[in-house]
Design a protein around this ligand. Structure first.
Ligand SMILES: C[S@@+](CC[C@H](N)C(=O)[O-])C[C@H]1O[C@@H](n2cnc3c(N)ncnc32)[C@H](O)[C@@H]1O
Length: 376
C-alpha cells in the first residue's frame, strides 16, 4: 500500500511519469516505414527524458536497430533527485554493472548508447547497449543533452507533460526531426499552432481518437476511472486525447478527405442540425461555421471554421490552414470585428472564439475553431 508521502509526491509529479507501451511505439514507427522504409536508415536517434532500463522506447529502438538501419541510438534518463516523483530503487542491471556508483545513482542522469556489436553475437541489439552516468542530471535543457540533440537526426520520446511547450521549443531550436507524444490540446498553444500552420509539425498517423493506456508508478494516485493492474502488478491508466506530434512524413496526411458539395451536404448530411441551420456566417470572422469535419463543403472557396479534430484528417495538398480562432492562439488580424464593452456586457467572452447569432437574437460563442481554406 502506498503511504501518504508517496501519494503526495506522486500527485506533485502530475502526468510526468507516464510510460508509453511498446505496441503504441511499434504501431506508430511502422506507419512511417510503410510510407518510407528508409525513414530511420543511417540516422542517429536520440531518446531523451527516457528511463532506458525499463523504457519501451529504448527497448523498441534497440531491438529494431538493424531493421531500421540506425547508425546510432542514444537514450538519456533524468536523475531521480531532480524528478518530482522520487520513488526509486536502482535496477539490478545498474547495481551489477562495473559502472555502478552509489554516490551518483540518485543525482546523475544516465546515457545509454548503441552503435555496434559489443558482445560478438553477430548482430546489434539490446544486449549491446553501453551506459555510463552523465555529468549532470539529464535535464533535456542541460548543455550535454543539448549537445546530444545537436548530434541527433531524429528525437523520439514521450516528454514530461508539464514541460511540453518548452520541449517543443527545444526541439525546434535544434532543427532536428522528431516524433513525440503529447495531448491533442497542445495544438492550441501559441508555441505549437504556428508550427502546425506552417507545416513544420503535424499529428502522427496511428492515434486519431480514443484514449491510450500508459504505465504509471505504483504509488500514483488514481482519482479517475480507467485504470488497471496487470498480472505482474504493473499499474496502467487510460489517458484521453493523446496524439503523436511529428515532422516525419507519412501516408495518411496525403490522403484527401472525401467530401460532398455544400448543396449535397444540405440535402444528405447525416448531421440533422446542419441541414436545419445551414452553413452560418460568423459575426466576427469572414468565414462560415462548419461544425463537423465530414461536413466541409468541397466546393466552398472562402474561409471556413472547422473543429480542432480536423487536424486528424488534415491533408496539406487539400486545405490550407489560415489560423486559429481562439483567444491566445489565434492571429487577431483575422477577425472582422472586435467587440467592446460599449457593444455587449459579455464582450470579453465573445471575443474569445467565433460567434454566431442565435434564433433568440443573441450572439453565442462557438467552440474554438481552426480557419481553413480549400487549396486552389
Ligand atoms: C511522460 S514520461 C515518459 C517516459 C518515457 N519516455 C516513456 O514514455 O516511457 C517523461 C519523463 O521525463 C522525465 N523528466 C521530467 N522533467 C524532465 C527534464 N527537465 N529533463 C529530462 N527529463 C525530464 C520524467 O521524470 C519522466 O521520466
Amino acid at each position: 500500500m502506498a503511504n501518504n508521502s508517496n501519494l503526495g509526491a506522486a500527485k506533485a509529479a502530475k502526468n510526468d511519469e507516464f510510460y508509453t507501451q511498446y505496441a503504441d511505439i511499434q504501431k506508430e514507427v511502422n506507419a512511417y516505414l510503410e510510407y518510407n522504409p528508409d525513414t530511420f536508415r543511417g540516422k542517429t536517434v536520440l531518446l531523451p527524458c527516457d528511463d532506458p532500463e525499463w523504457s519501451n522506447f529504448t527497448r523498441f529502438f534497440a531491438q529494431n536497430f538493424e531493421r531500421l538501419g540506425l547508425k546510432r541510438l542514444i537514450s538519456t534518463s533524468y536523475a531521480v533527485e531532480s524528478k518530482k516523483y522520487k520513488n526509486y530503487q536502482p535496477t539490478f542491471f545498474e547495481t551489477e554493472s562495473e559502472w555502478y556508483d552509489v554516490d551518483k545513482t540518485r543525482i546523475k542522469g544516465k546515457i545509454f548508447e548503441l552503435t555496434h556489436d559489443t558482445n560478438n553475437s553477430g548482430r546489434i541489439d539490446i544486449d549491446d547497449l553501453e551506459w555510463h552516468y552523465l555529468e549532470g542530471d539529464g535535464d533535456f535543457r542541460s548543455k550535454e543533452v543539448c549537445q546530444l540533440r545537436d548530434e541527433a537526426d531524429i528525437i523520439v520520446t514521450n516528454p514530461p507533460f508539464s514541460l511540453f511547450r518548452e520541449f517543443v521549443a527545444w526541439i525546434i531550436d535544434g532543427l532536428t526531426d522528431f516524433l513525440i507524444i503529447g495531448n491533442m490540446n497542445a495544438v492550441t498553444y501559441k508555441e505549437v499552432f504556428p508550427l502546425i500552420k506552417d507545416n513544420k509539425l503535424w499529428y502522427g498517423p496511428s492515434i486519431t481518437s480514443g484514449d491510450r493506456e500508459f504505465m504509471i508508478p505504483e504509488a500514483y494516485p488514481i482519482e479517475a476511472a480507467g485504470w488497471r493492474i496487470d498480472d505482474n502488478g504493473n499499474k496502467y491508466i487510460r489517458v484521453k486525447g493523446v496524439r503523436w506530434f511529428t515532422n516525419l512524413d507519412h501516408g495518411r496526411r496525403h490522403e484527401p478527405l472525401k467530401l460532398m458539395t455544400m448543396k449535397d451536404n444540405l440535402r444528405f448530411s447525416k448531421h440533422k442540425d446542419l441541414i436545419e441551420t445551414g452553413y452560418q456566417k460568423y459575426d466576427n470572422y469572414d468565414a462560415i461555421e462548419v461544425p463537423y469535419t465530414d461536413s466541409i463543403p468541397i466546393d466552398y472557396d472562402g474561409m471556413m471554421g472547422v473543429p480542432i479534430s480536423f487536424l486528424d484528417k488534415y491533408c496539406p495538398e487539400q486545405f490550407e490552414i489560415i489560423g486559429m480562432a481562439k483567444r491566445g492562439a489565434g492571429d487577431p488580424k483575422l477577425k472582422s470585428k472586435v467587440y467592446t464593452k460599449e457593444d455587449y456586457d459579455n464582450y470579453s467572452d465573445l471575443n474569445a472564439t467565433p460567434t454566431l447569432w442565435g434564433d433568440d437574437g443573441k450572439l453565442y460563442n462557438t467552440y474554438p475553431r481552426i480557419l481553413i481554406r480549400k487549396k486552389q
